[in-house]
Design a protein around this ligand. Structure first.
Ligand SMILES: Nc1nc2c(c(=O)[nH]1)N[C@H]1C(S)=C(S)[C@@H](COP(=O)(O)OP(=O)(O)OC[C@H]3O[C@@H](n4cnc5c(=O)[nH]c(N)nc54)[C@H](O)[C@@H]3O)O[C@H]1N2
Ligand SMILES: Nc1nc2c(c(=O)[nH]1)N[C@H]1C(S)=C(S)[C@@H](COP(=O)(O)OP(=O)(O)OC[C@H]3O[C@@H](n4cnc5c(=O)[nH]c(N)nc54)[C@H](O)[C@@H]3O)O[C@H]1N2
Ligand SMILES: [Mo]
Length: 765
């Protein structure tokens, strides 16, 4: 049995099949903290939910393209590859001829798998670009709000998202870490594209050894590793902005703010200060005011503000905090607060975003781009902010606001998805189901019968990363991994590249798409180009055959840890920011000029719809946190062993406080129904005092298993609201939703998503 190298979004490994066909997985020897998620790989490879052959929805096959309410409930017909590709090529041509390229939605958001050549979204975009273009999507579900507001505050979102202080700098210099959303260890195993050495768990351990003072601001205690002796501020969800404003208020009223820093490096502080003091609205944003909103005693707020001013303080905000209504505010308020402390640009001081959200944030690996597939250019300029998918499908021609511009939704006839699962990632899935009745045709490539595949008309089985050859590395990865074929493609699965090349041949764009190369030739070519570019910069890496034979190599290091912020601090004129003022914009005249009441010109407290202080809370008195799962990546490999082992009563586990459970006669392990006016799901109850009373937690990613508006498996996105963070960013707000919970009595409905849908054979193949 020869172990062969590969990588995944949660870590590099090698693997082989034994004589009985069982997959053995061994973590990369250089990885000090391999991810438990590797345990999902073995059983998933041959799971019954793998798509065996191309499948077409019966209604579409028999009646042809068109809107159809049966999508998601219909059965499928297995067809041969030639028939599937002939039908799809003809449909692509029909849509292009009758409606134009803009009628094809190819945003295809999603994480697919590691491996830079077979990256499904890149493959699809390259193919659709060669076909004349498509309506695309902007931003992500991860940082869809920050990515739009940060350029207004600091000029370049990447400077905050990717170029902040490194963990070693924080460990060595920070005296007080104020972590809004904590530093959830479960998340740091993941980096898009792969990660060979998981450094962050080690850095967290060093924080503990160094006795760095940590303030954990989160409704969940589990957002910080247990070994860190933190002070826990169990905040009421969605009220962090109020807490930050009160901390800022305390600083200014006690004269603890750094006026010199604010004058030299920032603009618009005076206006923000008037708001803090309540000069215009008569409401000082003081600790007493915030105490009522946040549930944190005012004395604790004042004390925290004083401690922050008295030592080297690093303020971090997880990405989850901007995945809510008005998600711009906590990010902007945290930057304003850090500016008032005057430590931005000092080692271990200032502001960070996404520490504990992703493995590469603050990591120390080299930072250069690894080989990747060129996508070409998209002649179609139409796009949507990614989380507006359902709005777009339901409202063609409707006008909406985005980042200061008025835009119009296109009229989409064909939806094409490869490497993502919108019926995992989008909010209000019952609404998304209605939206998915609208297009003429929905196409999905996926290795598995995901909920999105089940809502498609044409389902094409793609290989998994284990069944093909590729290379992979994530940002800040220490190694470039050769990804060898570890298993033969399952049944009739094909690589996305092969599928799209087959379509391209039928559409007369084969040369543009394939450039005459096989997949293996592409690997050679992309690697070779990259290697030549590095050689021009004096960096030597192995030849492709040596790289492939060795299974990977360690990337050359770049030692520098000087951040852009240190440069800005040293000289804000030479290193001016890309904002209109060149400074940090605590008030943005530009944002103010848009006139959005849901995102005015400086950080403010705005009441969301979905929170415990609002009107809806009388009917749905619990706030559910739908965060990332610790047992898998999103919906991927939910059928895998690690994910399955954590299910309770056969469903996803929902955590709630014993007091909240007792009032509802709910016991440990009970099957419960979580509901609101958008839908309901079943889940298994786990009782814990490690969360704030009134808060429940149900992670994302249980495969959506609808019976009417009820998901019997525990997917929180049947409950979440399809509301944008604001008109500025139109980001996703899936992190929070108001719900009620009751014990489920009666016969528990069985789970059906662990089997494929009903599939019959074509009458003519
Ligand atoms: N309520 C709520 N919702 C959320 C969030 C939240 O906090 N709360 N978080 C959001 C965030 S941050 C994100 S990033 C999204 C994630 O949403 P997605 O990225 O859509 O989720 P994944 O489950 O990773 O979907 C990837 C799909 O690609 C498939 N795949 C893997 N390899 C290949 C391949 O080689 N080819 C093809 N064709 N397919 C492949 C997998 O089987 C899987 O179905 O979810 C978002 N949704
Ligand atoms: N294991 C695993 N790791 C992952 C992923 C995965 O699916 N599985 N997904 C990856 C992806 S794509 C992304 S974008 C990142 C996402 O990174 P994040 O968005 O940061 O991750 P989440 O787990 O959704 O949220 C982090 C924590 O924020 C806390 N929180 C929620 N609401 C509030 C609030 O109102 N106030 C405060 N103070 N805290 C709050 C929650 O308790 C939660 O555990 O994770 C990445 N890492
Ligand atoms: Mo994400």
């Amino acid at each position: 049995m020869r172990l062969r190298p590969s990588t995944s979004h949660w870590g590099a490994f090698s693997a082989a099949l034994d004589e009985d066909g069982n997959l053995e997985v061994v973590p990369h020897p250089a990885d000090p903290a391999p991810s438990p998620l590797l345990g999902n790989l073995p059983s998933a490879l041959t799971d019954p939910t793998r798509v065996a052959a191309p499948a077409i929805r019966r209604g579409w096959l028999e009646r042809g393209p068109g809107p159809d309410p049966r999508r998601g409930d219909d059965e499928f017909v297995e067809v041969g590859w030639d028939q599937a590709l002939d039908l799809l090529a003809a449909e692509l041509l029909r849509v292009r001829t009758e409606h134009g390229n803009e009628a094809i939605y190819g945003g295809s958001y999603g994480w697919s798998s590691a491996g830079r050549f077979h990256h499904a979204q890149s493959q699809l975009h390259r193919f659709l670009n060669a076909f004349g273009g498509f309506t695309s999507s902007r931003n992500t579900y991860s940082t869809g709000t920050s990515a739009v507001v940060l350029p207004h505050i600091v000029g370049n979102a990447g400077d905050v998202l990717r170029n902040g202080s490194s963990w070693p700098t924080i460990v060595a210099n920070t005296e007080l870490l104020v972590a809004f959303g904590g530093v959830p260890e479960k998340n740091v195993f993941v980096t898009p594209g792969g990660v060979t050495r998981h450094h962050t768990p080690g850095f967290l351990a060093q924080l503990a050894e160094r006795n760095v003072e940590v303030a954990l601001v989160s409704p969940l205690r589990a957002d910080l590793p247990g070994q860190l002796d933190a002070r826990w501020y169990p905040i009421r969800p969605a009220t962090d902005t109020a807490l930050m404003l009160a901390l800022a208020h305390t600083l200014v009223t006690e004269g603890l703010h750094d006026q010199h820093f604010l004058d030299r490096y920032c603009t618009g502080y005076a206006q923000f200060e008037r708001y803090l003091l309540g000069s215009d609205d008569g409401v000082p944003k003081d600790a007493a005011w915030a105490g009522d909103l946040t549930g944190i005693p005012p004395a604790h707020i004042v004390d925290l503000a004083r401690r922050m001013a008295g030592r080297r303080t690093f303020i971090t905000v997880t990405w989850s905090l901007q995945r809510i209504e008005h998600g711009e505010q906590p990010v902007w308020a945290a930057i304003a607060l850090a500016a008032m402390l005057g430590q931005i640009g000092l080692p271990g001081g200032g502001f960070g975003h996404g520490y504990g959200s992703m493995g590469d944030t603050g990591d120390i690996g080299p930072d250069f781009r690894v080989p990747h597939l060129p996508q070409g250019t998209n002649p179609v300029k139409q796009f949507i902010p990614v989380a507006r998918i359902a709005d777009m499908l339901l409202n063609p021609g409707m006008r909406y606001q985005y980042d200061g511009a008025e835009r119009t939704y296109p009229d989409i006839r064909l939806v094409y998805w490869a490497g993502g699962n919108p019926f995992h990632h989008h909010q209000d899935l019952n609404r998304l189901r209605r939206a998915f009745t609208r297009p003429d045709t929905v196409v999905v490539h996926d290795p598995f019968w995901t909920a999105s595949a089940r809502h498609a008309d044409i389902v094409l089985p793609s290989t998994t990363a284990l069944e093909r050859e590729d290379f992979g590395a994530g940002r800040r990865d220490t190694h470039l991994a050769a990804m060898h074929r570890i298993a033969e493609p399952r049944r009739r699965a094909r690589d996305d590249y092969t599928i799209l090349a087959g379509l391209a041949a039928r559409l007369g764009i084969e040369d543009a798409f394939t450039e005459g190369r096989t997949a293996r030739e592409w690997l050679h070519h992309l690697y070779g180009t990259w290697r030549n570019n590095l050689a021009d910069k004096g960096i030597e890496v192995p030849s492709f055959p040596d790289f492939w034979e060795a299974g990977g190599f360690q990337l050359p290091n770049d030692e520098s840890d000087r951040t852009l912020w240190a440069d800005f601090r040293a000289d804000p004129v030479t290193h001016r920011l890309a904002t209109p003022s060149g400074k940090i914009e605590i008030t943005s005249a530009r944002v103010a000029s848009f006139g959005y009441d849901d995102c005015p010109g400086h950080p403010v407290w705005l009441e969301p719809v979905e929170w415990l202080g609002g009107e809806r809370a009388s009917r749905f008195p619990l706030v559910l946190i739908a965060n990332q799962p610790h047992t898998r990546l999103h919906s991927q490999l939910d059928v895998g062993a690690v994910s399955q082992a954590a299910k309770v009563a056969g469903r996803e586990a929902v955590r709630l406080h014993p007091g909240d459970a007792a009032r509802r006669d709910i016991g440990e392990g009970d099957l419960v129904r979580v509901f609101n006016d958008r839908g309901a799901c079943l889940a298994g109850a786990v009782l814990t005092t490690d969360l704030r009373p009134g808060v429940v937690q149900l992670p994302t990613g249980a495969w959506f298993d609808p019976r009417g508006s009820l998901c019997v498996h525990g997917n929180p996105n049947v409950l979440t609201a399809d509301l944008p963070s604001s008109r500025l960013s139109q980001g996703c707000t899936g992190q929070h939703v108001l719900v009620e919970i009751e014990r489920f009595t009666g016969e528990p409905p069985g789970i059906s998503v662990k089997r494929p849908p009903v599939i019959s054979r074509a009458r003519e193949m």
